[in-house]
Write a protein that binds this ligand. Structure first.
Ligand code: FES
Length: 67
């Protein structure tokens, strides 16, 4: 049963995609990464130096480059 009070996936406006729980994320090169935290932030802007995870770089991007 879906838990509408605690969604598994949350899209942050202008920022990352948050994943709650354990997941495997496949990056653009096909490498797979396991989540290691209760909530993991997946980069959507493509500028993080820690792909596929968000490192906060999106915060300094001009609006037109934010996801
Ligand atoms: S979404 Fe945060 S660095 Fe890309």
């Amino acid at each position: 049963m879906p838990d509408f009070d605690h969604p598994d996936v949350v899209l942050c406006p202008g920022g990352p995609l948050l994943l709650r729980g354990e997941h495997v994320v496949q990056d653009a090169e096909g490498r797979q990464h396991r989540t290691t935290r209760p909530v993991s932030a997946v980069c959507r802007c493509g500028k993080s130096t820690d792909q596929p995870w968000c490192d906060g770089t999106h915060k300094v991007l001009p609006d037109k480059l934010k996801p």
